[in-house]
Design a binder for this molecule. Sequence first.
Ligand SMILES: [Zn+2]
Length: 468
Amino acid sequence: MTTEWPPLYDPAYMPSPRDVYWNAELETMDPDEREQTVVLPKLRAQMAYAYKKSSFYKRIWNEAGIEPEDIRSLEDFESVPIITKSDIRRDQMENPPFGSNVCVSADEMARVQGTSGTTGKPTAFGISKGDMQRIAEAHARAMWGFGIREDDTVFIASFFSLYWGSWGALMGTERLGATAFPFGAGVPGQSDRAIEWMEEIKPTVFYGTPSYSLYLAEKAKAKGLDPAKDFNFRLLFFSGEPGAGIPSTRKRIEETYGGICIDSGSTGEMSPWMTNCECSHRQGMHLWQDIVYAELVNPDTDKRVPYGQEGITVYTHLERTSQPMIRYLAGDVSLWVNDPCPCGRTYPRLPKGIYGRADDMFVVRGENVTPTAIEDVIRGIYGLGDEFRVVITREKTMDELIVQAEWKEDVNTEEISALKSRLERELKARGLRTVVQMLEPNSLERTEFKAKRVIDQRGLYEEIIGKE
Ligand SMILES: [Zn+2]
């Protein structure tokens, strides 16, 4: 076991194709032993480094009266202040362009990346040369874990822009020695081209968002193709949206493409973002704790919740020299367990995936609702299309939840009202009183990226009335 920090990885190292693990020792170690002998020492080294190099952490920790040497256990670590996206954003505004957490000089920089800006102004990241190598190594390890090998061709059907997702998938593919097909997305006509290439080259692995894979499948079917027969995907892996961890969406993707569906991804800030990922057994995403240390915390105490319980995701880099995130609140809701996985890895898991970002949740008539719960119901009903919208309105004082769903092309008109009642009934069984509006196939807009499926119009009534 290497003890230097940041760790050095041999770029020439490759396991044998038959090996289950990229790094058997780290992946199957007794979890307590791994925490004591690997995670904690790396955590302390990462903190000492950040304290010395980052005026961002020096200020925050000084204010909290914390010095890195004080942190001698993972329990001690729970007293380190949590940082948020708005802390990073504010710091970058005050200290443009990368903020006061850069830690490396201009000659050590390799890349500028950023977040997708889903929830506001994107944040920028300057990534060091060493970090690029370590991110590639981490992603190769994760991708090996879900079953990608050198003879695979990975079709990357996602934006190549500031967004980390596509680049992370590409870096892992290259380090692993598989063939990369960095196709991209978002250019007019590109979905049609994607279908042509998927049929012609027959890549074996797909990467993108779950929404986009379903959209491509719909488009392919409209051209008379069968994605399970005319393409050759044996494995599809996803990030950027919770879909791949939602049982009925997963089932729909697997039935459509005839390959296995793998959920992955923490958040762009945390790259390597694949340290949350499923193995080929698909028992929920493993948390690869020796690369990025993940905690599920109780938001009232900022301390870890016991295994078996729900919490909010907080992540810490263990080997980043540029812009390390230390106790970064990603704010996703999930549940974690540490019972054994058939793959033999001893990392904790998120058996239900990430239910959605805490900021995607909405409250209707006093109940917390996650869009993923609605998605699970809709995608589980054969006869309903893949796309849907949730519209929340308020008439006077009462919130109303309207779910718009499409019927599939092959549904007879006399079946539509039965589909509507079934959807209303199944949503009601989950505690959601809704009005379902049935729409013709393809009436809702499709996305090539992250779908925006919740439209909150509760302010509209007051807005209009207020203006009169
Ligand atoms: Zn596993």
